[in-house]
Design a protein around this ligand. Structure first.
Ligand SMILES: [Zn+2]
Length: 171
C-alpha cells in the first residue's frame, strides 16, 4: 500500500521551514548575530543551522534552539548533524563549551570592571605560562581583540539597561 506508506510512513517528506537563524538567507550576518545575541562568539558566515540552504526541518527547531552558540560551521560535520538531531551527548558537549565561553567572558568582565585591569594585563593573566610558546604573540593579539570586544559589549549593554550576561538563553 504505497499510498498509506507515503501518507503515514517514515519516508513521508517533512515540510521545511524558513531557517530561524539566518531567516532564509543561508548566511548569518551582523544583524542576525545581534538579534541572536552572539556578538562575542560568532562572526558572519555560512549558516550552520541550515547548512547554508536557508530552510530547516521543523524537528531541528525542537531539538536545538537557533541561537545555540556552539552550533557553528567549523564543527566536524558528524558532530553538527548529531546536534541537529538532538543527540544528548553532542548537546551536552555543546552546553559545556557554551558554559566555558560564558565563564571566560565573565572573568574578563570581572577583571576589567571590578579589578580595574586593562586589556594587556588581562591578556597577560590568561597567557601566564605560555610566554615561551611560538604562538604567544598571535594568541595575545587575538585575545586582546576579544577582551576589547567584551569590554565594549558590556558598556553597550550597560547603556541599554541590561547586563550582557544577565539574559537567560533557552538553556
Ligand atoms: Zn540558516
Amino acid at each position: 500500500m504505497n499510498f498509506f506508506r507515503k501518507l503515514f510512513g517514515t519516508d513521508k517528506p517533512s515540510v521545511l521551514i524558513k531557517c530561524p537563524r539566518c531567516l532564509g538567507k543561508g548566511r548569518v550576518d551582523q544583524e542576525d548575530i545581534r538579534r541572536l545575541k552572539q556578538e562575542l562568539i560568532w562572526s558572519p558566515g555560512s549558516c550552520a543551522y541550515c547548512n547554508g540552504t536557508g530552510t530547516v526541518d521543523p524537528e531541528v527547531v525542537k531539538n536545538v534552539p537557533p541561537n545555540a552558540c556552539f552550533l557553528i560551521t567549523n564543527l566536524p560535520e558528524k558532530e553538527r548533524k548529531k546536534i541537529l538531531n538532538g543527540h544528548p551527548d553532542a548537546l551536552e558537549r555543546g552546553r559545556r563549551y557554551e558554559e566555558e565561553i560564558r565563564q571566560f567572558i565573565e572573568q574578563i568582565s570581572y577583571l576589567h570592571f571590578k579589578k580595574g585591569l586593562n586589556a594587556l594585563d588581562i591578556a597577560g593573566f590568561f597567557l601566564t605560562g605560555k610566554e615561551l610558546m611560538e604562538t604567544y604573540e598571535t594568541e595575545k593579539q587575538e585575545l586582546l581583540l576579544f577582551i576589547e570586544e567584551v569590554v565594549q559589549n558590556e558598556k553597550r549593554a550597560d547603556k541599554n539597561g541590561f547586563g550582557a550576561m544577565g539574559e537567560n538563553s533557552d538553556w
